[in-house]
Design a protein around this ligand. Structure first.
Ligand code: PDD
Length: 289
């Protein structure tokens, strides 16, 4: 994937070649920052208020104050997105605590570093939606504040890489024999016509796509529960999916070399996929947020 031509950095829209941050930025030195990934459809950031609420929660958790209003964020995102016209995009936004001599404790009186860019959204391969993807289970080696969308993603990087090296698209993370989420996604299972996904808490990121899938299920009278999912339930499920802003709803058809259900995407996936695409369509027409 190519670099974007233009980025937003600390109040300015500038060519990405001239964007510079200090080597003493605490994001670089400590991974001391948070981020968001927001799809843009038809020039409008999708589920923006939900993303901004999660950003507020992440910032509050790490005690960085939000330097912008919702309106200011929206203006920045629209300006970045405008560059690509009508092409669907994703916005990457990162805030770090700022620049200071290295010391773990918070420095006084510094401004957050704010960095954002838009790039064309790379959708999952239609073949992957059609045929499903493979996953492996791995122990969830992360800390106990996975609800914060922190830029420190070393554990996620290692777990995803292990999946790739095993010919899989995603790693499903297991903590105390329970599914938490994917390395960069949330997980749903379907058993006997009921959708289940792990409940929110300190061990999962509260995914915006996850919430929308739950909302769409409820709206269409499909039973959906938030509950603990034990590892063996993955293998006895009729369907398993991952969800994220960039992957949407992707069926997982094989886990640890065992077929899930019939080893191909199931009928519940087709239904939710259709509801999700209808929702996006309505969003593009300005009918929903
Ligand atoms: N990741 N869980 C984790 C650990 C994630 O990193 C993500 C998304 C999700 C899904 O959240 P959402 O539905 O809000 O995208 C769950 C983004 C896409 C990323 O890091 O690129």
């Amino acid at each position: 994937m190519a670099f974007p031509t233009r980025v937003y950095l600390n109040g300015k829209f500038i060519p990405s070649e001239s964007a510079r941050i200090s080597v003493f930025d605490r994001g670089f030195v400590f991974g001391d920052g948070v981020y968001e990934v927001i799809p843009v459809y038809g020039g409008r950031p999708f589920r923006l208020s939900h993303h901004l609420q999660r950003l507020d929660a992440s910032l509050a958790a790490v005690r960085i104050s939000n330097p912008m209003t919702a309106r200011e964020w929206e203006d920045i995102f629209r300006e970045l997105a405008g560059e690509h016209g009508s092409v669907d995009q994703s916005i990457y936004l990162e805030l770090t605590r700022g620049v200071a001599p290295r010391d773990h404790a918070f420095p006084a009186g510094i401004a957050a570093t704010v960095f954002a860019y838009a790039q064309p959204l790379s959708y999952p391969d239609p073949e992957h939606i059609e045929a499903g993807v493979r996953a492996i289970t791995v122990p969830d080696i992360r800390w106990s504040r996975c609800d914060i969308k922190a830029i420190a993603l070393l554990a996620n990087v290692l777990m995803r890489q292990k999946a790739i090296e095993n010919g899989c698209a995603e790693a499903i993370l297991i903590r105390d024999d329970r599914v938490t989420e994917g390395a960069a996604s949330n997980i749903f299972i379907v058993s006997g016509g009921v959708l289940s996904t792990p409940g929110k808490g300190p061990y999962i990121l509260p995914g915006i796509t996850r919430d929308l899938v739950i909302e769409l299920a409820h709206r269409n009278n499909i039973p959906c529960v938030e509950r603990e999912i034990r590892r063996p339930e993955l293998f006895s499920a009729d369907e398993v999916w991952l969800t994220s802003s960039t992957k949407e709803i992707l069926p997982i058809v094989r886990i640890d070399d065992r077929d899930i259900g019939m080893g191909r995407p199931g009928p519940m996936h087709s239904r939710l996929q259709a509801f999700y695409q209808d929702y996006k369509h309505a969003f593009r027409n300005g009918e929903v947020e």
